[in-house]
Design a protein around this ligand. Sequence first.
Ligand code: CA
Length: 232
Amino acid sequence: MSVSMASGRRVLLVEDDSSIGAGLVAALAGAAYEVRWARTAQEARALLAGRDADLVLLDLGLPDGDGIELCRDLRATDDQVVVVVVTARTDEADAVLALDAGADDYITKPFRVVELLARVRAHLRRRDAAGPDDVRVGRLRLDRRGRRVWIDQTELVLRPKELELLSMLVAYAGTAVRREQLMDEVWDEHWQGSTKTLDVHVANLRRKLADAGDRWDRIATLRGYGYRYEAD
Ligand code: CA
């Protein structure tokens, strides 16, 4: 089963329980994640072969296999994907085994959906922050650790939120990013209706990029949607 939402991060849900699975798919899709749902270990392996998940929510008790084994196999081939084990409370010893097998976290059932979403968001943010230290897109170079940005040889002087916003847009270079996602991840709060702060920061970034000799329209506005850092 596949539920597609625009431009979200990709979550693979591995869960054989229909009602838990349906609830999580709805919650994740509602939070703009691109969700795929595997109900068996075999289905999960087939979907994971494409290596196109940012995060895996993994139930341990699957009808045709063991989630821990799946976790170990996944970790052996992909050290970037975030694995969060979702397990029944009585399986807590299994959760520890799962952490040993390379899972990043575990959540016990029953769980509150808001808490699960908060954990998912935090893990993805942490993974982004731990991304490559040095990023180059076209004429731009970003040194994450040093928090410095250059266009060719010209260094940009950016305020902290401008740097975080630019880092995120650059991380998704060539891809549209929703306003809500930018607000949520850069300002660490849910979008409240006014995104004037975001627009002001984008305007400042455009001016600073242009002052350094880059295109004024390097950051494209997508009306009614968000922004895209042009990768050309
Ligand atoms: Ca199960």
